[in-house]
Design a protein around this ligand. Sequence first.
Ligand code: B1M
Length: 235
Amino acid sequence: MSDEEEDIILSELSDEELVQQMHDDLYDGLKDEILEGVNILLEREWTPYKVLTEALVEGMRIVGIDFRDGILFVPEVLLAANAMKAGMGILKPLLAETGAPKQGKMVIGTVKGDIHDIGKNLVSMMMEGAGFEVVDLGINNPVENYIEAIEKEDADILGMSALLTTTMPYMKVVIDEMKAKGIRENYVVLVGGAPLNEEFGKAIGADAYCRDAAVAVETAKEYMAQRTHNQSASS
Ligand code: B1M
């Protein structure tokens, strides 16, 4: 670290400079600085969602570009991910305490072979904040985990996350197994993750592809409203 960097006092930076500095700190995997930055922005009355998207998610997007281009490697990206997770830890309870009315239950997990969990965790946080009960299965889930959990938890929604082009086809394995067991129509299936798109979601038989956590929340709410409507129409 240069002398110039050592002298930076985060609380003295303007909002714009601070967010820029947080992108750099995330890039460098500086957990304590990220924690401090998140707290400063919250003290400045930034909403938790704005801190999340503008300081953390945008910072991780930049990390992703240099990871792709071979400038950053796995150990460095792991440090960045840990710093991001620490920042998300402060925001989680704040996003959850919106007092939103109860919406429904979602089981979510990252698919087999895939250990990326930041995006999934973010979706879980935002869904909880919107009033959904979330059962998080974690990473690297084989089809059995999903099937067992949706049945045991009597879930309304199944969410699956995949960040690798090699693991995203596994989502179809899960949906096909749901069809084979005759339970596919009992659940809304939402899928997401950076390499997916709408076409892929349709092709594998999901109800919807969700570009980001905010879209996941909106889509889940729409499906829950439809389900409630259909249930009251048939009773
Ligand atoms: Co990995 N990685 N990684 N990685 N990693 C990517 C995905 C990659 C695109 C990087 C790159 O090359 N640019 C690339 C995949 C290339 C490809 O498949 N075409 C890649 C690779 C190659 C790998 C390894 C194979 C590297 C290696 O070992 N050589 C390896 C694989 C390990 C494995 O899973 N088996 C690996 C490992 C890792 C780390 C462990 C170092 C770390 C993960 C740490 C962790 O998650 N705990 C890591 C990271 C951090 C990344 C990048 C840089 C960032 C991912 C992230 O957290 N983004 C990523 C680059 C990128 O995505 N641009 C990359 C921030 C997060 C908020 O966004 O996850 O997209 P995202 O989630 C969004 C939406 O996608 C959506 O909402 C979220 C919030 O808005 N969403 C959902 C996600 N899931 C959803 C589920 C839903 C709905 C919406 O359900 C309803």
